[in-house]
Design a protein around this ligand. Structure first.
Ligand SMILES: [Zn+2]
Length: 57
């Protein structure tokens, strides 16, 4: 198991050993959705910010 940083809030996001590139992970802190773009090292690409990450537009 490894960890990566959430692109939105910078919190640790756990990446399971059986995860693949292209899998989607959700940050437990801000609920943002990210795609795993690389596993070595674990790199996340933001797909959609969670509701807590959105400010008034
Ligand atoms: Zn986050």
């Amino acid at each position: 198991m490894q960890k990566s940083k959430c692109p939105v809030c910078g919190s640790d996001v756990v990446i399971n050993d059986d995860a693949f590139e292209g899998d989607i992970v959700e940050c437990a802190i801000c609920n943002s959705i990210s795609e795993i773009v690389s596993l070595n090292p674990a790199t996340l690409n933001l797909v959609e910010e969670g509701p807590k990450g959105k400010e008034e537009e």
